[in-house]
Design a protein around this ligand. Sequence first.
Ligand code: ZN
Length: 125
Amino acid sequence: MHEFSICRDILAAALEEYRALDPAPKRLKAVRVVAGGMHQIIPEYLATAYGILSRDTPAAGSKLDLVIKPVTGRCRECGWEGEIVPPFFQCAACGALAIDLMQGRELYLDRLEVEDHEHERDQGL
Ligand SMILES: [Zn+2]
């Protein structure tokens, strides 16, 4: 399950960002990750990995939101651009197998959702 190694990297990056927040928030609510279709992540496996790996860290109890971007490519023969469904890297217009990937390999931390002390104080009024 490669979701565990992907999750380990995501969690490390998220915790680093979280700890750098100033002023320090009260807790981490959610982490949003953008992943291209090339990574072939199974969302349920990633969520499971996140639940296990985030235990005993400040991310415990937070949610992992996964946004999957479709794989798109451009044909070197005819210039066609569109969505590719791995593992078939073929041009939908001319049938050539000369596809340059445009999108689908990305994998990054998009945003953190946090709850801060200020917010909680406001709710009490
Ligand atoms: Zn083509």
